[in-house]
Design a protein around this ligand. Structure first.
Ligand SMILES: [Zn+2]
Length: 336
């Protein structure tokens, strides 16, 4: 069975030192301090150590072969978004990352699918880059769950979503810049608590802000099985019903109506939760995802799904049909 991982991250092995180039800011740069490893530095602060499977296309393909997975949807690491930077500088950086993805997908068309990044802080520049990456063959973009603390329903972002719909580019929403991060540094809480909340924040903002209502053909995927949105949908629904004066002010459509309209990945680490997600979303809107190569990811690339007692057609939906529909690609492109 063809298996496509819809959620993985990659970086170019070499990047300019953006802070030096632009003369300000704590941009991420890589220190290749020993063979096969690099330190991601944020200004002078150590952010995270990464291994060569973060940039080496061949090593990644070998690692994936152990889990019978042939294709990886790749996008940058959210900390690279740099939405806080001057718009032209963020465009420059985005183009560098996108050119790397374009090169990778051209070199390995049967193994890699690329999702670009755009300067969300400036709609005109973002749209300019959307047109360019579309022409160069990328099939979508990854964006953050908030843009410099602003929610995705803010009017300034709408033209970008509209352009994605018009160009037929898919969109992946990834949690980052987590709410409450400063107040909960201990116990890895920004990742364990903040990230799922961020994703729910993004889904609720897009639903209640009427984005899906106005752009019915925009194909959006939310990471980590939609974060805490689906597990707390009963509460969200009840809030919509009991306080429409607070919740339904921009869109009076029941939030449950948007189930099965957007896609989610399978990153739950929990078969019982995935069954619940499948019940709400249907197998056509749930797709294999791993968050590879990071430790919080499902680094056995969906082995727990293989082991679940699910009908073969449901597994096939999760492993390839859903992601192919999300990205509007054909199976033959990877199997022929
Ligand atoms: Zn991720």
């Amino acid at each position: 069975m063809l298996k496509i991982d819809s959620h993985t991250h990659i970086l170019p092995e070499k990047m300019p030192n953006w802070s030096e180039k632009f003369g300000y800011g704590d941009f991420i740069y890589l220190q290749h301090h020993k063979k096969g490893y690099a330190k991601m530095m944020r200004g002078n602060q150590f952010f995270r150590e990464i291994k060569e499977n973060c940039w080496d296309a061949d090593i990644r393909i070998e690692e994936y072969a152990q889990y019978n997975t042939k294709v990886q949807v790749v996008c940058t690491i959210p900390v690279m978004f740099s939405y806080w930077a001057k718009p032209m500088d963020c465009l420059d950086l985005s183009r560098y990352l996108n050119d790397h993805l374009i090169g990778l997908t051209n070199d390995y068309p049967k193994n890699y699918i690329g999702l670009g990044t755009v300067p969300m802080q400036d709609a005109d520049l973002a749209i300019e880059e959307l047109h360019r990456i579309k022409k160069e063959g990328l099939v979508g973009i990854q964006i953050g769950s908030n843009i410099n603390d602003e929610n995705l329903n803010e009017n300034r972002f709408y033209p970008i979503f509209e352009a994605c719909e018009k160009l037929g580019l898919a969109m992946m929403v990834h949690p980052w810049n987590m709410m409450g991060e400063k107040q909960m540094q201990r116990y890895w809480l920004p990742w364990l608590v903040g990230m799922p909340a961020e994703t729910s924040r993004a889904i609720c903002s897009m639903i209640f802000g009427g984005i899906f209502e106005r752009l019915p053909n925009l194909r959006v995927m939310f990471s980590h099985a939609g974060g805490s949105f689906l597990p707390t949908l009963g509460r969200i629904q009840h809030g919509f019903d009991c306080r429409p004066d607070l919740v339904a002010i921009d869109n009076n459509v029941n939030p449950r109506n948007y189930l099965q309209k957007f896609w989610v990945d399978s990153v739950t680490h929990d078969a019982l939760m995935l069954e619940y997600v499948l019940k709400l979303q249907g197998s056509k809107r749930v797709m294999l995802g791993s968050d590879y190569p990071f430790p919080l990811g499902d680094l056995e690339i969906g082995r727990f799904i293989e082991e679940m007692d699910l009908p073969a057609n449901v597994k096939e939906d999760i492993f390839c049909n859903s992601v192919l529909e999300w990205l509007q690609l054909s199976k033959e492109q990877f199997t022929a």
